[in-house]
Design a protein around this ligand. Structure first.
Ligand code: PEP
Length: 268
């Protein structure tokens, strides 16, 4: 039952990014990364860039596993959070963007709903983290999304638009190569409920309009959908013209299902 038109030609890059959250222990993280590396070496994924976000604690180990392959560019490394201060310093428990780069990281997730909710991160703090990451040279995977009550009261588009336009000044100077936006409806994260392809497409089209309005160059931003993406719903989402990939939580903890999602998005 196709629900979105086939994607039209675009130069936008496709991404499938696994957010491992506070999940595998070291041994399991290494074997998951190794399984991805091994299977990818025999798999012709060409149009879709893969990336994984292990815990901070495992970044150096996973980075070295990836770097010791013949095709390290096939999997990029993402951190799950970053400090507001870019350099080293007296900030107990924090990890700066410079240290993340030192550990082999290329990207960082900022604004994830779990951090907005559980750590009370607001737009001001998110802005500081975005700027610290970008100043250091990291790319940002910037998450936005509405809660269930906001969707049910038909506020979803307004909420997501406000989350983006709170950072208009930054967006007007951001390097488009270092910026990926992920739409993650909060009610769909880790719940098994996915936005329908039509609802996700509609929000992605709105986001694309908002970004283009701020700056035409941002029309080419890769927009990822996140929220209970699985191998069995990825194909329909991938057919939507404004969905350029997926940010995947639970299903990224299994190499087979993660790679099946990547295959679904591996279309020109
Ligand atoms: C996420 O945490 O970014 C996410 C999308 O999780 P899940 O796929 O488990 O819903």
């Amino acid at each position: 039952m196709p629900t979105c038109a086939s994607p039209s030609f675009t130069t936008r890059k496709r991404w499938v990014i696994g957010n491992w959250k506070m999940n595998p222990n070291l041994a399991a993280a290494k074997s998951l990364a190794q399984a991805l590396i091994t299977q990818l070496s025999a798999m012709p994924i060409q149009q879709c860039q893969l990336a994984i976000a292990p815990t901070h604690l495992h970044l150096i180990t996973i980075s070295s596993l990836i770097q010791h392959t013949s095709t390290p560019q096939k999997i990029q490394l993402v951190a799950q959070d970053v400090a507001t201060h870019r350099h080293t310093g007296a900030f107990t428990g924090d990890i700066s963007a410079d240290l993340l780069i030192d550990a082999g990281t290329q990207w960082v997730i900022v604004g994830h709903s779990e951090r907005r909710t559980l750590h009370h991160e607001d737009e001001a703090l998110i802005e500081l983290k975005l700027r610290a990451a970008l100043d250091a040279g990291l790319g940002v995977i910037w998450c936005v999304g509405e809660t269930l009550s906001e969707r049910e009261s038909e506020q979803a588009a307004a909420v997501v638009t406000a989350q983006i336009t709170a950072h208009t000044e930054l967006l007007s100077i951001i390097d488009p190569q270092k910026f990926i936006l992920a739409y993650e409806p909060v009610w769909a994260i880790g719940t098994g409920r996915t936005a329908s392809p039509e609802d996700a497409q509609q929000m992605h089209a709105t986001i694309r309009q908002v970004l283009s309005h701020i700056r035409p160059a941002l029309n080419e931003t890769s927009l990822l959908y996140g929220g209970s993406v699985k191998s069995d719903n990825a194909r329909l989402l991938a057919q939507c013209p404004d969905i350029d990939g997926a940010l995947v939580g639970g299903a990224a903890l299994d190499a087979d299902s993660f790679l099946q999602i990547a295959q679904a998005f591996d279309i020109a």
